[in-house]
Structure formats: structure tokens, C-alpha cells
Write a protein that binds this ligand. Structure first.
Ligand code: GLN
Length: 547
């Protein structure tokens, strides 16, 4: 029987609710409990799969192939617990389930209403697999008072009543703005936010207050008094140098203790924070720095490649070095010489992406890395671009291209070295797709096995020859070009178990040039850096020592 912590936010968005939830998960684990984290998003998209990374940041893919909110990435990075499709839901999904049931006649002629039908659907979602963990942490997206959020707030209120007393607690994040003119922290927005919560029947047990300045004791007491929360459950949250300091920082100000107190768990088990002390030590005591260029498309919004940025940090931590990642829009050298843009970097990463824009620039970046023997990591589209580059410039297939661009642009003349996947095998199941299919949820998604060639660089990097990694793409390198490319040194060093789908390529004779069809960044953690990122940063360190 799980205990439930519901995490809500008020005053403004982007307060770091996801991070606070993830850090709390890590702290409960440190006290010996099992945890699962969930995200309930009020927007109407059925899932974030079709949302632009410019608007909503990265789409995080789970092992079971769900396209979810990027907060699930934080949850995994902090707890190491692999998220499932059932850990992320949106209003769109909830309503679509309800309407499907209505069409099937499941409601036996009843009038369908937000209460109880929509709220019941939300409550059913919250309780999936509830018996499997000690604590279920459910974060509600958005801020209290948003129109779309109301059914979720109502559902968690009911949920708290449905369960035994003391089985659910509510944690609320707010902001204490600082007024420079008067030199004061203001508590009024927090009071209003809690008032808003209480007006819909929710009384927070723990208040987490983000603040750029230290919160004086008397302000803390005032917040406690006005918000009807115990003073020790008013938790300050200050800005940190690194997000990975959050578990220790929250522990030091008593967050986990306040949560356990709210559940009346006494005596609380002692925490073992060794993992987080080691993480902090690696962050604080890094030596040197490597400069890595990320040649992509969604470079204006940091969240668009969240997991890649984090995985690079982890790779740096594994090598006890700082990684300075610089985001470069591939489009800027589509038609220009790349050298002035990429010279001076110790490694080049081309991440995933969709659509044709900037792809000629990415192809040039792959060529530059190959020719100058600079470490290269191509992820998904970044692998496809490396293959097209090799096909054009080394194997003499001058018209090499991808169906993704040439079909969209209505062009005819080209050799589809990368083609639209129509059929593939996962376990015992064959999946089929057609060109005009819906865009939502129809990619090759989730964890697939790959077999690595003995003696290859990737086999050494992983230290094994069977791996499982997460996918999210529609297009695939065509295995029929394998022979022609391998003859020129581009080895297909990772393949799907049936030998049909190229999963990894690497250039022979290059110190570190790897392209992968999957997304290794999704599985990297600060306390368990992904081997590809560890190896990539190590290769960059070696280059930095030469110059
Ligand atoms: N657009 C490419 C495809 O669909 C690559 C996708 C990606 O990089 N995630 O295959």
C-alpha cells in the first residue's frame, strides 16, 4: 500500500516542481523506501509526442515506448527508476479515454460529467500499480487556478478522502519575490496561492518556497501562520549551482523530514546520502574543461535537448572534467564552410531532429569530424546524417539522401540511404506503418535490443555485446548499403537481432566516431553516466590534451 505525495505549484510556473519532486524521490530512496514518480499534465494534447520542442522542450521516451513530459527525465535521473507509460498523463489522454468509454456504452446511458467521470478516470490513473511501491509521488503540471488544471486538483482532493487518513499528503511550491526597493521578501503571493488551494479543498502539509534570498525565521513563521502549515514544514528552496545538489540541499533544509513527519512516520529511517555526496564531489572537484559543439536545430530553447545536456554533464562527471557545451544552429553553415564554426572544439555531437532544415549543415559537421579526426557522436538523425555523409563523400553515392526530406520536398532524384520504415519486429510482434499514417504515437518507440560486433569500439565502450536502448524515429538506415559502406570503412557495429536494422555505425581508423539510431541520453544518470557519454567525453579529453 503506497503513501501518496501530491505536488502542486502556485504563483508562477517554472519553479522547479519537477526537480523538487525528483529530489524528494531521491531522498525517500536514501531512507530505504521504494518510490515511483508520476506527472499529470493539464494540457489537451493526448501526449507531448506531437508538440514542438521549441514550445514544450524535449519529449522523453520510456522503455515501454510512451512519449512523455520531460519531467519524467528528471525523475529517472534522480531516482534511477525507469518510468513507464503509465507515469505520465494529460487532460487530452483522460478525455480521450472517457469519450472512448462513452462511445462504447460503458457508462450505461449516464450523462458524462467532469465530476465524477473525468475525476474518476484521473483517480484510476493515479492508483495504477499503487501496491508496488512505498511512495507514489504525483506532480500536477501548471499552477493552481489554471482552468485546465481544475479537474486534477478536484481529483486529488477526492483521492485524499477516498484513502485512509494519513495516506496522502500535499506539497505546494511557491515563490517569494524580493522587492529591491524595500529590501523585503514578500509572502503575499504565497498566501494567495495557498488560499486558492484551500478554496478548492486542499490544505498543503508542506510548503516549498523558492527564493533568491535567505528567508528570515520570522517570515517563515508568518508564512506558517497565514498558510496554516507547521513552521518546520515551510521549506526554503534557494538557487543552486547544479541541479544535482538538490537532494542534499533539500535534505539540509528538512524537506524529507517534513514529509515523513506529515505522514507521522516516526522514528524516520536514517538516510544514506553517499551517492549524492559523491555526485557533489565530482561536480565540485572537476579538473580542466572540454569544449563540445552540439550542432542541432532546436538550439534556442535549453529544454529542447535537456537529456543530452544532462548526459554530457554526467559524462564530464565520470571523467572528472567540466563539459562546456556550445549549441550551434546547423543552418548557419548549410551553405558555408564549417571550419570557422567548428574549429577549436574537442568533440562534435549531432543530436536527433525532424525535418530537412539544417541537415546539410549537420552532414558537413559529420564530414568535418571524420576528416579532422575529431570525436563525433551522432544521435538518431545525427547517425543518419553521418551515414549520408559517408555514402556521398567516401562511398561515391553522390545522390545519397533520406526519404524524410526528399519525399517531403517532393524531389525524385536521390538514393534513399535512409528510408521510411514500413515494418519492423519488436519481440514477437510485427509493427506496420504507411507513409500517410497519423503523426502521433506511430514512430518506432521505446526499448529495443541491439547486438554489437565483437572487437568494435562500441563493444569496448559498453563492455558487452547486447544492449537495450530507447528509440524514437520513423526513418532507418537501409541495410542494403551496408556492404558498400563497410568496404569504405563505415562499419555497422550494432544491428537489430534480426540483422535488418542498423543500430550503430562507426568509422574504422577514426579515434572515436560513433552514430547511434537510438537515444542513449535518456538512460544516463549522474550516479551512473551512460557509457557512450563517458566514452565520448573521454575522447574529447584526449583531444584537449593534444592541443
Ligand atoms: N527524423 C528522423 C527519423 O524520424 C530522426 C528522428 C530523431 O532524431 N529522433 O528517423
Amino acid at each position: 500500500m503506497a503513501r501518496f505525495v501530491f505536488i502542486t505549484g502556485g504563483v508562477v510556473s517554472s519553479l522547479g516542481k519537477g526537480l523538487a519532486s525528483a529530489a524528494l524521490g531521491a531522498l525517500l530512496q536514501a531512507r530505504g523506501y521504494s518510490v515511483r514518480l508520476r506527472k499529470l499534465d493539464p494540457y489537451l494534447n493526448v501526449d507531448p509526442g506531437t508538440m514542438s520542442p521549441f514550445e514544450h522542450g524535449e519529449v522523453f521516451v520510456t522503455d515501454d515506448g510512451a512519449e512523455t513530459d520531460l519531467d519524467l527525465g528528471h525523475y529517472e535521473r534522480f531516482t534511477g527508476v525507469h518510468a513507464k507509460g503509465t507515469d505520465s498523463v494529460s487532460s487530452g489522454r483522460i478525455y480521450s479515454n472517457v469519450l472512448e468509454k462513452e462511445r462504447r456504452g460503458d457508462y450505461l446511458g449516464k450523462t458524462i460529467q467532469v465530476i465524477p467521470h473525468v475525476t474518476n478516470e484521473i483517480k484510476d490513473f493515479i492508483s495504477i500499480d499503487e501496491d508496488d511501491v512505498d511512495f507514489m509521488l504525483c506532480e500536477i503540471g501548471g499552477t493552481v487556478g489554471d482552468i485546465e488544471g481544475l479537474p486534477f486538483f478536484e481529483a486529488i482532493r477526492q483521492f485524499g478522502q477516498d484513502k485512509a487518513r494519513g495516506q496522502c499528503i500535499f506539497m505546494h511550491l511557491t515563490l517569494l519575490p524580493y522587492l529591491k526597493a524595500s529590501g523585503e521578501l514578500k509572502t503575499k503571493p504565497t498566501q494567495h496561492s495557498v488560499k486558492e488551494l484551500r478554496s478548492i479543498g486542499l490544505q498543503p502539509d508542506v510548503l516549498v518556497c523558492r527564493s533568491e534570498h535567505e528567508i528570515p525565521e520570522k517570515e517563515r513563521e508568518k508564512i506558517a501562520l497565514f498558510c496554516n502549515v507547521r513552521p518546520e514544514a515551510v521549506i526554503p528552496a534557494y538557487d543552486l549551482k547544479s541541479i544535482y545538489e538538490a537532494p542534499l540541499a533539500y535534505h539540509n533544509v528538512g524537506l524529507d523530514q517534513a514529509v515523513l513527519d506529515a505522514f507521522q512516520i516516526s522514528p524516520a529511517p536514517k538516510p544514506n546520502l553517499a551517492r549524492w555526496h559523491d555526485v557533489k564531489d565530482r561536480l565540485d572537484n572537476a579538473e580542466g574543461e572540454v569544449k563540445i559543439a552540439i550542432v542541432g536545430k532546436y538550439t534556442q530553447l535549453g529544454d529542447a535537448y535537456k537529456s543530452i545536456a544532462e548526459a554530457l554533464t554526467h559524462g564530464g562527471m565520470a571523467n572528472r572534467t567540466r563539459v562546456k557545451a556550445e549549441w550551434i544552429d546547423a543552418e548557419v553553415f548549410d551553405k558555408k564552410d564549417v571550419a570557422p564554426y567548428l574549429e577549436g572544439f574537442h568533440a562534435i555531437l549531432v543530436p536527433g531532429g525532424f525535418g530537412e532544415r539544417g541537415t546539410e549543415g549537420k552532414i558537413k559537421a559529420a564530414q568535418f569530424a571524420r576528416e579532422k579526426k575529431i570525436p563525433y557522436l551522432g544521435i538518431c538523425l545525427g547517425m543518419q546524417m553521418a551515414v549520408i555523409e559517408g555514402a556521398r563523400n567516401v562511398a561515391g553515392i553522390a545522390e545519397a539522401g533520406s526519404e524524410e526530406f526528399d519525399v517531403e520536398a517532393g524531389k525524385k532524384r536521390f538514393e534513399p540511404v535512409v528510408y521510411h520504415l514500413k515494418e519492423w519486429v519488436q519481440g514477437n510482434h510485427v509493427t506496420k506503418r504507411h507513409l500517410g499514417d497519423d503523426k502521433g504515437g506511430t514512430m518506432r518507440l521505446g526499448a529495443y535490443t541491439a547486438n554489437l560486433a565483437e572487437g568494435s569500439v562500441v563493444a569496448a565502450v559498453y563492455g558487452k555485446t547486447t544492449i537495450e536502448e530507447r528509440h524514437r524515429h520513423r526513418y532507418e538506415v537501409d541495410v542494403k548499403y551496408r556492404e558498400a559502406l563497410e568496404a569504405k570503412g563505415l562499419t555497422f557495429s550494432g544491428m537489430s537481432p534480426d540483422g535488418k536494422l542498423p543500430e550503430i555505425v562507426e568509422w574504422k581508423g577514426h579515434p572515436w566516431f560513433i552514430g547511434v539510431q537510438f537515444h542513449p541520453e535518456l538512460k544516463s544518470k549522474p550516479f551512473a553516466p551512460h557509457p557512450l557519454f563517458e566514452g565520448f567525453v573521454k575522447a574529447a579529453v584526449e583531444v584537449s590534451r593534444l592541443v
